[in-house]
Design a protein around this ligand. Structure first.
Ligand code: SF4
Length: 280
């Protein structure tokens, strides 16, 4: 049977900086005795990742001796910038640049941020290497059945038909249990709050796709994290005559910050985030 982690054609490994995609990278390195030629590992930074995530990316790269391309969205050609741990944005600059360019706030109906900040930034980088067709490895596990089915049906990302989406973890039947066990045995880890295998602070710190109670709990733990989101909801954008929000079906981030300051415990731990390519 073919090893799903074995690479034999140009491949972009999407490293979302969660435990799952890091485990996928580790399995690739094991299956190929290191990083194969014509393989790039890409991490797309939105500027809203928490510092522990950035440290984790750097640590995986150093400890496993694998170069990881740190990419960020730019609103001018070529549409991306290559950065590193030191120069990576930490104040949401790429995300804010996208919002200002598009003149609207991403939301659950018209998301756009994953595609522009992550998928498209990676594609532009890959195409800048002269690649026209490639395999895109994404860290989706066998237990994420809805996401697996959706991507299998489509075959490529929302952005391009030039890539073939590959989910080696799903193919190999890897579930959150194996990923958790792997990290428990490692000398380093992603130092983010995790409940039932879900990394609550992962991806953009207060991503609007995270359940309301989760965002409240995160704001309560780090009140300063709401400042950027509140500022974005107060921008004067062409698309909003008044009061645009990341979510129209709930309170504003300013309201959430006020609730968080006054409530004791509001954690809806049974609710899951809406799935997106940003992944784990
Ligand atoms: S984590 Fe959320 S806010 Fe950030 S790019 Fe992904 S969908 Fe958008």
């Amino acid at each position: 049977m073919r090893d799903p982690f074995k690479i034999d054609q140009p491949t972009c490994i999407s490293f979302s900086a969660g435990r799952t995609s890091a485990y996928m990278l580790w399995r690739v390195l094991q299956a190929n005795a290191g990083r194969p030629i014509d393989t790039v590992v890409c991490f797309a930074n939105t500027g809203k990742e928490v510092e522990a995530t950035l440290r984790f990316v750097r640590e995986c790269s150093i400890r496993w001796q694998v170069p990881i391309q740190w990419l960020e969205y730019r609103d001018a050609l070529p549409g991306f910038a290559v950065v590193d741990f030191a120069s990576a944005s930490r104040q949401g600059e790429p995300f804010e640049a996208l919002i200002r360019k598009r003149q609207y706030l991403p939301n659950p109906v018209a998301r756009g941020c994953t595609t522009s900040l992550k998928i498209r930034a990676m594609h532009k980088f890959v195409r800048s290497l002269g690649w026209t067709d490639w395999d895109q490895f994404i860290g989706i596990r066998a237990d994420e059945q809805r996401r697996v089915a959706k991507i299998r049906t489509r075959g490529h990302s929302t952005e391009s038909s030039r890539e073939t989406m590959c989910m080696p973890l799903a193919e190999a039947g890897v579930s959150v249990r194996e990923v958790t066990a792997f990290w428990q045995a490692q000398p380093f880890d992603l130092e983010l709050l995790t409940v039932n295998g879900r990394t609550l602070e992962g991806n953009c710190d207060l991503c609007f796709l995270k359940p309301q109670g989760q965002r409240l709990a995160l704001i309560k733990a780090k009140p300063g994290s709401a400042v950027w989101w509140i500022r974005m909801e107060s921008l004067n954008l062409a698309s909003k005559p008044s009061g645009a929000r990341f979510r129209n079906d709930g309170p504003t981030y300013a309201d959430l910050a006020r609730f968080a300051a006054h409530q004791r415990d509001m954690f809806d731990s049974d609710k899951e985030s809406i799935a997106c390519f940003c992944g784990d």
